[in-house]
Write a protein that binds this ligand. Sequence first.
Ligand code: CO
Length: 328
Amino acid sequence: MIDIHAHFFPRITREEAAAADPRAPWLADTGDGRGQIMLGEAPFRPVQQSLWDGRTRLAWMDEKGVAIQLVCATPVMFGYAWAPARAAAWAARMNDLALDYCAADPARLKALAQVPLQDIDAACRELERAKSIGHLGVQIGNHVGEKSLDDPGILDFLRHCADLAMPVLVHPWDMMGDARMKKWMLPWLVAMPAETQLGMLSLVLSGAFERLPKTLAIVFAHGGGSFAWLIGRVDNAWAHRDIVRADCPRLPSSYCERMMVDSAVFDPGALRHLVGTMGAERVLFGTDAPFPLGEQSPGSLVAATYAEDAGQRERILSGNARRVFGLG
Ligand code: CO
């Protein structure tokens, strides 16, 4: 199995974080295999050693049967709201630390870079540097403040990704509706899927895919969030309201062939619908490891959903990732 959606968070000290930006996260490592991601003095999330130690992750991969894993920043590391120069220096440091993490076994642990997406020139420069030092692709958030993926600068960045043959993983972050989502992880359960859908629809309905190169490989996390369930509603709106058609010349669902998603939907019926909507060659196995909201028994959903279809299992669990990320 090749897992294209997994996270790391390096051992950043409080001092290093404070020097980078007052909002930078850091790791309080209690030394017993557990830790806490901190924001200033406030605990953000309890975490475990596989998040910062590549050897621990490899042991987990061995236990779970994951051959290769692509790791990327935990989204709290993005820093999109910081001053661009600070975010650029931070991204470079995090990308170097990502490769340190992967050094535990560079053949099995691969990194996706982060970039200072609030500064497109700096983001393109860091993308180039990351590729030159061995990153396999790049992870970005689904928006930068008020700018969604159809922002002209972000489209320039995506073109640059296509030019460099760097696949893009879009991960939701900086979630909407905060005032009404204070409890029960609602930002993760409601807002993240909506953010991902918003990112996908901003590309579709803006007509961006008419201008982006077809070589752009863009993958959306969490099965594309709410997108696949509601694309019928979008097609209907496109057919019956001219303002929905204004910038999008073709039926919205026809652009599914330009996007990919991971398989992290946790329900066989949902996975079948996702594969039916996006196409079996555009669904890539992703666990969201090592977090509790990820698939705890990697591959079990795909195996259960396609118990009778070895071809489908192979495509989703490894074949698509090999093709998209050039993994031989
Ligand atoms: Co994730």
